[in-house]
Design a protein. Structure first.
Length: 109
């Protein structure tokens, strides 16, 4: 049986001021699309391309529910989520390769 992986991710701009939350089934492809400005709209307009947070899921329904949950968080809680996962706010997808893909077990703040 083929397993599918889905990702909820948070991107930011170079100054780490603007946050964008999304969901995808291919995190590296989606990062490449954002970095190259291939996705029109909010992320392209505000130059949001730096991956700072992600979670991995086995079911799309769970991933979508988590995306909605994160989008509904206050900014301070999103910042806490990012900083407990990636304190240095490093780009986790430099050169279009995700630095690590492992189950993120972080819980809601």
């Amino acid at each position: 049986m083929k397993t599918h992986q889905y990702y909820v991710y948070i991107l930011t701009n170079n100054s780490n001021h603007v946050l964008y939350t999304g969901v995808t089934n291919d995190l590296e492809r989606r990062c490449k699309e954002h970095k190259n400005g291939l996705i029109k709209g909010f992320t392209k307009r505000y130059n949001i391309h730096k991956l700072v947070y992600f979670e991995e899921f086995d079911h799309i329904e769970t991933a979508i529910a988590r995306e909605k949950q994160i989008k509904g968080l206050l900014r301070i809680k999103k910042l806490y989520l990012i900083e407990t996962f990636n304190n240095a706010w490093e780009d986790l997808c430099p050169d279009n390769k995700v630095l690590f893909l492992s189950k993120n077990t972080s819980q809601m703040p």
